[in-house]
Ligand binder design. Structure first.
Ligand code: ADP
Length: 162
């Protein structure tokens, strides 16, 4: 039986949707490695260190969760850490096509690594880090979407702090 799963993503920044998926994964696997992709082509708002630090804070009270960063193929990261499962979150049908393509591409690259999809609580199913940043740039209250220190960091980055 596989006890270790990897939850890869950009996490720019971590939201309550990601945290919901981490908690669900934690119920199933004894060890969940959250893997923060450098993803420079996505031009993240936060540095990889900032994204890792926010995730560490968000998961500090959870057992069996480790936060890493990685560059390159996620299947290489999985092999390096002897993990056979990738976790991805599925929010809506709109996620499906991209996630399906990615899961099958990863399977083609590494047949021994399986992708498992978890769905968040409905209230987070529309929440995305991208929309969150757009809303923040317009001065929205983010308290339903992210912990307060993440809201503060987003607003500071966007020059929206009071
Ligand atoms: P990526 O750039 O890899 O898509 P993200 O940080 O946007 O990175 O997302 C990482 C994973 O978390 C993806 O599988 C995404 O579908 C999932 N995810 C993002 N937001 C949510 C949410 N609100 N609820 C559930 N899953 C989510």
């Amino acid at each position: 039986m596989c006890q270790r799963a990897i939850y890869p993503g950009t996490f720019d920044p971590v939201t309550y949707g990601h945290i919901d998926i981490i908690k669900r994964a934690q119920e199933i696997f004894s060890e969940v490695m959250v893997a923060v992709a450098h993803n420079p082509h996505k031009k993240p708002l936060f540095s990889v260190k900032e994204r890792v630090d926010m995730l560490k804070k968000a998961t500090a009270d959870l057992k069996g969760i480790e936060i890493y960063d990685f560059d390159g193929l996620v299947v290489d990261f999985a092999h390096k850490h002897k993990a056979k499962v990738l976790i991805r979150g599925l929010r809506m049908l709109s996620d499906f096509e991209y996630e399906f393509q990615m899961a099958l591409t990863n399977r083609k690259l590494a047949d021994d690594v399986e992708t498992i999809f978890l769905m968040p609580q409905e209230s987070y199913s529309y929440l995305s880090a991208k929309l969150l940043k757009e809303a923040a740039s317009l001065g929205a209250d983010l308290s339903c979407f992210v912990p307060s220190y993440v809201e503060k960091a987003v607003k500071e980055k966007l020059g929206k702090s009071k």
